[in-house]
Design a protein around this ligand. Structure first.
Ligand code: UD1
Ligand code: UDP
Length: 366
């Protein structure tokens, strides 16, 4: 049996690392299973791709489709054409896609349309309800043709049931991004900027912004950053900038004494900074999960989330995208009134093992 594992963008690399480790253990046990790691090339800069392979010990991809950047249609079609060529040459028996990026959707469609190859979606079933986000379209399309759903929460299970998915195709397993977090926690590394900026534990904010709704309009981006800086009572704000956001910051001339702008950080350095921060300000999905597990207050600049457990159980709060909501949230944080969270069910570091155990059972590989 040949399993394809698809990864294209930064959060994918973090999610596939433990799955590959668990699959390799099964491959070593006998000749019945083999896998191919397919990198679509959606993210390609060293600090958005290669560094994660090095830090997380992910083996080099067997194939790189080198799709690169483009409009939604350009990127989707380049990935689809590349993956179709590969599958026509050597088909696989199961295609594992993770998360909600364009690579996830594009490869699931190709696999399904070539000989009805089975598709497994890790992180299936989550929904924000916001159809203006490309990720929501990716989730809906992927889940509409997925055979096996590996889910992170009961809410995801319930979303799937509502669309008529039979119970025997839903596997509530937990969160592979958290497998990586637990595994790598002892290796978190103090970045060089710690001493360069004179950072102190719990006395700075770490911020990431990359959602089109927040960053693609320079006026909006400036308004948000200015409000965050003005609300932070002078605490240093560390801002590792995503390449989409970097393009928009160019020429904006933003300069504040307590705003420290840097490039995307390695996983070990970034999460060192999250673990020791006073709080996180973000519009990321994965970072809200990591902040929840590490118990760090998290302010999310979005109107909705597909990960409601980070708010109901965890440390996350949705502030929306209106800058007016930022100052009251900082007042709550700085007066010591931020909620304490707990860790969502099955986010225990063993999710990938559960996924692979299910695959072994489903395909009779044991
Ligand atoms: C993508 C995902 C988003 C995810 C994010 C993680 C989709 C629709 N969006 O958004 O869900 O949260 O990745 O980081 O799949 N760029 C570079 N170098 C790179 C990669 C991108 O310079 O290595 C720049 C390019 O100008 C590109 C832009 O960033 O046009 C956006 O990249 P893209 O992959 O289209 O979307 P993201 O915003 O990264
Ligand atoms: N991350 C990182 N370095 C950074 C910013 C984020 O290693 O400078 C990691 C973060 O710990 C998380 C993942 O990237 O594991 C989240 O990716 P991103 O926010 O790009 O995507 P999303 O989760 O929103 O899809």
């Amino acid at each position: 049996m040949l399993i394809d594992i698809i990864a294209g963008a930064r959060p994918n690399f973090i999610k596939i690392a433990p799955i590959i480790e668990a699959i390799e253990a099964v491959c070593k046990a006998g000749p019945a299973v083999d896998y191919r790691l397919v990198h679509t090339g959606q993210h390609y800069d060293k600090n958005m791709s290669g560094d994660f392979f090095e830090q997380l010990g992910i083996p080099a991809p067997h194939y790189n489709l080198e799709s690169g950047s483009g409009t939604q249609a350009e990127q989707t079609s380049k990935i689809m054409i590349g993956y179709e060529k590969l599958l026509l040459e050597i088909p696989c028996d199961l295609c594992i896609v993770v998360g909600d990026v364009t690579s996830t959707m594009a490869c699931s469609i190709v696999a399904k349309k070539i000989n009805n190859i089975k598709v497994a979606h890790v992180e299936g079933g989550i929904r924000s309800g916001d159809w203006t986000m490309p990720e929501e379209i990716n989730r809906i399309v992927t889940d509409s043709i997925t055979d096996y759903f590996f889910t992170t929460s009961e809410v995801a299970n319930s979303n799937l049931r509502k669309t008529g998915v039979q119970e025997n195709r839903i596997f509530f397993v937990g969160n592979t991004m958290i497998d990586t977090l637990y595994k790598q926690m002892p290796r978190f590394a103090k970045p060089g900027i710690w001493s360069e900026y004179g950072l102190k534990e719990k006395e700075y904010i770490i911020m990431t912004l990359h959602r089109p709704a927040n960053v693609d309009d320079q006026g909006k981006l400036k308004e948000l950053i200015t409000e965050i800086v003005n609300s932070s009572q002078g605490l240093p704000i560390i801002f590792p900038v995503h390449p989409r956001t970097a393009k928009m910051l160019e020429g904006l001339g933003l300069s504040y004494n307590n705003l420290y702008v840097t490039g995307p950080l390695g996983y070990l350095e970034f999460n060192y900074l999250v673990k020791n921060a006073k709080a996180v300000v973000t519009d990321s999905g994965g970072i809200t999960e990591e902040a929840t597990v590490m118990g760090i207050p998290c302010m999310t600049l979005r109107d909705s989330t597909e990960r409601p457990e980070t708010c109901t159980v965890g440390t996350n709060e949705l502030l929306g995208t209106d800058p007016k909501s930022i100052a009251p949230a900082f007042e709550k944080l700085l007066s010591g009134h931020w909620k304490k969270g707990t860790i969502p069910e099955l986010w225990d570091g063993k999710t990938a093992q559960r996924i692979v155990a299910h695959i072994v059972k489903i395909f009779g590989l044991g």
